[in-house]
Design a protein around this ligand. Structure first.
Ligand SMILES: Cc1cc2nc3c(=O)[nH]c(=O)nc-3n(C[C@H](O)[C@H](O)[C@H](O)COP(=O)(O)OP(=O)(O)OC[C@H]3O[C@@H](n4cnc5c(N)ncnc54)[C@H](O)[C@@H]3O)c2cc1C
Length: 375
């Protein structure tokens, strides 16, 4: 089978690696030059990493060698840091991940046409893959056929990096006058952490007049205790609203969507990169057991949908929670942390008890001592 993949991000490259090993003839087209990427660190759960091991042990080994692992979610509310254990995740620099995937493509003889912006589908393929990201041109072209729906989150957010040391995933909530700032930070290399700041609409209305450089300085002041004197590092960073992408149909004829082109999941629940690579895995699995495009694409869609829909719904619930976070800021530290941990349906009382019994015991004791009707 001849496969043309538009987009050399994690979804496109990982799919190329897997399909090449099923002896298909694969080519990738990437708009950017090689080594020209954006973003800081990306995260993977243990479960996702385990699922990547069998399909291509080499990629798995090269990725895990470059990862930092942590156990805790640290929640900072009212200046108090509460650690909740049992949340194991690993982070890797996006640039390192892409280098691993690009190198592996080269080893396997998959041509990547860099600096080539695809305007029309490259002709002559049995299968065309739209792995061209959240603003996918390929998806736009067949928008009616895919039944694409796009939505915008009400919060604004911006991706930075920092050399400030974070132990694990740290969620910092800070009221500064009437402004509410929320930071999602995690370590992904020896000396770098991702630092995403999210603000609600009311805060954004006051912040937007400052421009990027001055608003960055404002954030450095707001998060001074966490940043410990380290600056926020920009890499094409800009304030944006989260784009929710939903497609009613995942393929049309021999054209299939993957990764951010297909769906997005808010960064508060896990990274889009992990989902993008899991999509590739699911498509590869479909082609392992079904040799034709006509057979494999419906199998891909129905199989992957069942695992993904619940996850995407939880991502939306989590996104909405952050959009309404102001409503919870009056809570004491422990009930606030409990709300943060259980904000989506994915972590319930039972799983929280399994992850960190000491945290649950402390929260239950708080409930007994504070019969204030807060919870
Ligand atoms: C500014 C920004 C920063 C981000 N930083 C992080 C981060 O630090 N950590 C994290 O986990 N997630 C980050 N994300 C989210 C993350 O990028 C995605 O969830 C994830 O990369 C999805 O993988 P993908 O392969 O589906 O898409 P992408 O990684 O977006 O890859 C799509 C690729 O297609 C290429 N492309 C697009 N159009 C064309 C075309 N017409 N022709 C050829 N090539 C094309 C693009 O150049 C890109 O390389 C960030 C997103 C944005 C917008």
């Amino acid at each position: 089978m001849k496969v043309h993949i538009v987009g050399g991000g994690p979804a496109g490259l990982y799919l190329a690696i897997l399909l090449r090993q099923l002896d298909h003839k694969v080519e990738v087209w990437e708009r950017n030059p090689q080594n020209n990427t954006f973003g800081w660190g990306v995260v993977f759960s243990d479960q996702t990493l385990a699922s990547l091991q069998e399909p291509d042990p080499t990629t798995h080994r090269l990725m895990t060698q470059r990862m930092r692992t942590w156990e805790n979610v640290d929640i900072i509310h009212r200046g108090v840091c509460t650690s909740v254990a049992g949340n194991r995740f690993s982070g890797i620099a996006r640039i390192d991940l892409l280098a691993v995937l690009q190198g592996r493509c080269q080893e396997l003889g998959v041509p990547i046409h860099y600096a080539t912006d695809i305007r029309h589908i490259p002709p002559g393929a049995d299968l065309v893959v739209g792995a061209d990201g959240v603003a996918s041109r390929l998806r736009q072209r067949f928008r009616q056929r895919f039944g694409t729906q796009l939505g915008l989150g009400s919060n604004r957010y911006i991706w930075y990096g920092t050399q400030a040391p974070f132990a694990g995933l740290t969620l910092t909530f800070r009221l500064d006058g009437d402004d509410l700032f929320m930071a999602h930070s995690y370590k992904y290399s020896q000396d770098l952490s991702t630092f995403i700041v999210e603000v609600d609409e009311a805060t954004w209305r006051r912040l937007r007049y400052l421009g990027e450089a001055r608003s960055r300085r404002r954030l450095e002041q707001v998060f001074a205790p966490e940043l410990q004197g380290q600056p926020l590092l920009s890499n094409r960073s800009k304030w944006i609203r989260f784009v929710n992408v939903v497609n009613q149909h995942w393929y049309s004829g021999n054209v299939v969507l993957l990764g951010d082109a297909l769906h997005t999941a808010h960064f508060s629940i896990g990274s889009g990169t992990k989902l993008a690579m899991e999509d590739s895995l699911a498509l590869w699995q479909a082609f392992r057991t079904h040799s034709t495009v006509e057979q494999a694409l419906p199998v891909f869609e129905s199989g992957r949908r069942s695992g993904l829909d619940g996850f995407l719904a939880a991502a939306v619930t989590s996104q909405r929670w952050f959009e309404q976070a102001r409503n919870h800021m009056h809570l004491d530290v422990l009930p606030f942390c409990y709300r943060v941990m259980t904000r989506s349906s994915r972590v319930d009382d039972t799983s929280l008890q399994r992850r960190d019994p000491a945290f649950v015991a402390a929260y239950q004791q708080w409930l007994r001592l504070n019969d204030t009707g807060q919870e």
